[in-house]
Every structure is written in C-alpha cells, then in structure tokens.
Design a protein around this ligand. Structure first.
Ligand SMILES: O=C(O)C(=O)C[C@]1(C(=O)O)C=C[C@@H](O)C=C1
Length: 300
C-alpha cells in the first residue's frame, strides 16, 4: 500500500493545457493519466485504512451496531463537493462517484440493504437508489411504502426509500413511523438538488434513528387533522411542505409536514393556521428530520 501511495508529483508542465503543437505526445499524456489513476486508486485504498481506524474509534466510544450512515456528515460532504467542483468533468459524474465511495464505505463498516418503494415507478426509484448507494449495496424493491417501512423496522441497519411527494396509492405510510421504536425519516435525497439532476427523484430515506450524526434542520411531523378542507390546504402551502392523504376515519386527512427548524415558521404556526381555517388537529408526532434542501447554483 505504501509503495503504491508513493507516487511522484506531476511535473509542472503536465498540468498546463497542452495544444496539438506543444510537442507533448500521446504516450506522455497517457503516462500522466496512468499516474493519476494509480494515485486515485492508492488514495481510495488509503481511505479504506482510515475507515478501519474510524470504526475502531466508534467502537471504543460504544457506538451501537446498526447502520453507519451519518446523514449530517454526508449532507455537509456533498454540499462542499459540488460547491468546489470546477472543470470539464460533469458535476453529475463527480457527485455520483462520491455517492458510491461514501455509501460503499458505509456498507463495509456495517452491511445494509436499501429497500425501495417501486409503486410510483420502478425506473426512477432504481436510478435514485443506484446513484445514491451504488451497486455493492443490495437493492430490494417493494410494491408500497408500508412494505419498505416494515422491512426497515425488522432490520438492524437497513435503509428505506419512499417518494417525498404525494404518490397516488401510497397512503399515509408515515403514520407507521410514529411509535417510539419505529424507524424515522433521517434524510431527504438528493442531498444536492438541481433542475437536471440525473437521479432527481425526491425521496425520504428511512432508518432506525441515528443517535449521533442525525440532522435536524427540517423536522417531519405526522399530523392527524379532522375537518380538512381546501382553505386549510391553501393556508398551509406557504408555511410548510405538506403531503396530505384523506383519512376517512377522522373525516379529515393525515398530513406529513416538513417544517424547517429555527426558521420563521414553527409547528405551532402550522397548527394555528390549521385551526384558523376550520380544521382541528387530533394528534401530532415527530417522525424524523433531515438536512435542509440544498440547491446547487452552477458557476457562470
Ligand atoms: O464519518 C463517518 O462517520 C463515516 O462513517 C465515514 C463516511 C465516509 O465514508 O466518509 C461513511 C459513512 C457516513 O455516512 C459518513 C461518512
């Protein structure tokens, strides 16, 4: 390993743009590419050694088993990566490479599977899962969000992916996250959004709650509302992102409300707006949290 890592630095001339008449021949440039590839590979292997040490430190601190996925850390890494990226390599590629690196190093720390709800369309969900978690992590499809939540609940450290929008037949799947020991929303993907994201399906990532490394920039609240009406829906729209499905038992609706923490709108403001529009809130339960949605603004 040390031998491989010991790669001579690039000569200054090699980093300058080459023109056809610069005298630099193809063989020299290919030697540079080989040197860089070997260097990147060595760095990945070195990253693996650091992960070994990180696992030892986590164990010595009594980290519980389960998933090694740390959403706060990953959100911050992905934001920094896309913000510093420059050059001709497409951002989608850079992001995809790092998603595979991080997710696979998460997997080698503690194997996990990704359970995905395919009911709203398999292709986009499969793309999202493979983009964010790579091909080494097993992918298990389910026809419906409730199967995903149940599989995650049964597992030690598996992740679940459910569309983060009102999917026609999904029902109020988030109510299964209400119990104290139930899985919770721990992330919303993609970490970095943009209009033409190659795996841009918005998904909630569900897992047994992480005690360290959780991110609470946006809270996900399950609300049971009776007297749900069009005025209530209009009143909430500017306050919070809402998924609402009819709840016939209550003559109302079950809502999943995503409310930014420390912002201008609080849960109380959402509840007050519901009451002011004639609805009444029967129950409210925190069913998880995730990082703020982060939109990448392309340079230039
Ligand atoms: O930082 C950690 O706790 C890690 O486990 C390392 C690492 C990574 O490969 O960079 C892997 C998994 C986590 O989700 C975050 C980051």
């Amino acid at each position: 390993m040390d031998k491989i890592a010991n790669i001579p630095a690039a000569p200054q001339s090699a980093t300058a743009p080459a023109s056809a008449d610069s005298g630099t021949d193809l063989a020299t440039l290919r030697a540079e590419i080989d040197r860089i590839d070997a260097s990147m590979h060595a760095l990945l292997m070195e990253r693996g050694q650091i992960i070994d040490r990180l696992v030892a430190v986590k164990r010595s601190r009594g980290a519980e088993g389960g998933s090694a996925f740390r959403p706060a850390r990953e959100a911050s890494m992905m934001r920094r990566l896309v913000d510093r990226h420059r050059g001709i390599l497409p951002l989608d590629t850079v992001e995809g490479i790092w998603r595979v690196i991080i997710s696979t190093f998460t997997y080698v720390q503690a194997p996990y599977a990704v359970h995905a709800d395919l009911a709203s369309g398999e292709a986009a969900m499969r793309d999202a899962s493979r983009f964010h978690f790579g091909f080494t992590v097993p992918f298990i499809g389910h026809m419906g969000a409730s199967g995903v939540v149940a599989a995650v609940a049964r597992s030690r450290g598996d992740l679940g992916l459910v569309p983060a929008f009102a999917a026609p037949s999904a029902g109020a799947w988030w109510t299964a996250l209400e119990g104290e020991h139930a899985p919770k929303v721990i992330a919303r993907l993609p970490f970095v959004e943009r209009a033409d994201h190659p795996a841009g399906l918005p998904v909630f990532c569900i897992a047994h709650p992480v005690t360290d490394g959780a991110v609470t920039e946006v809270e996900a609240w399950s609300l049971h509302v009776s007297g749900w009406n069009a005025q209530a829906a209009r009143a909430l729209a500017p306050l919070a992102e809402i998924i609402a499905v009819p709840d016939r038992g209550l003559d109302g609706a079950a809502l999943l409300a995503s409310i930014p923490v420390g912002g201008t709108v609080s849960l109380d403001a959402v509840l007050a707006a519901l009451r002011a529009s004639g609805a009444s809130v029967r129950a409210a339960a925190l069913v998880g949290s995730h990082a703020s949605r982060y939109t990448h603004q392309p340079q230039g």
